[in-house]
Design a protein around this ligand. Structure first.
Ligand code: HEC
Length: 105
């Protein structure tokens, strides 16, 4: 019985205590620099038009240098898995760009 009385008193105290007002402080956050577009290269306009809707260029540029076949598979993945609306013609031009600018020599 004592326990129940004590628990009730506790609950009442919590229920009646005024909630502490939240205190908001201004914060300044410094984000890492992010490439806004792809560096120059063959068909760069096609790449900028098709590859920046969902993520930054850095998602691509931060990858290791990859062979053409891997880039082709990557572009196919963007189309099939993530439903990027890229035409066959544009996909071929994008693979050209990636193979020319971001592949092992
Ligand atoms: C419809 C949205 C969309 C478009 C357009 C898109 N991507 Fe992606 N991409 C994604 C998503 C979602 C991920 C996975 C993000 C994550 O894991 O955080 C991703 C990840 C990637 C990655 C990281 C490796 C991986 O497979 O997860 C690369 C490289 C990449 N995309 C390249 C491209 C290229 C090149 C293009 C242009 C041909 C492109 N993306 C266009 C949605 C898209």
């Amino acid at each position: 019985m004592m326990r129940i009385a004590a628990a009730t008193a506790c609950l009442l105290a919590v229920a009646t205590a005024a909630p502490a007002a939240p205190v908001f402080k201004p914060l300044s956050v410094e984000l890492p620099p992010d490439a806004a577009a792809f560096p120059d290269g063959p068909n760069v306009a096609v790449v900028n038009r098709n590859c920046l809707a969902c993520h930054s260029a850095d998602m691509v540029l931060d990858q290791p240098l990859l062979p053409r076949a891997t880039w082709a598979a990557e572009v196919t993945k963007m189309r099939n898995v993530y439903k990027a609306p890229i035409t066959d013609a544009d996909a071929a031009l994008i693979v050209e760009y990636l193979a020319a600018t971001h592949a092992p020599s």
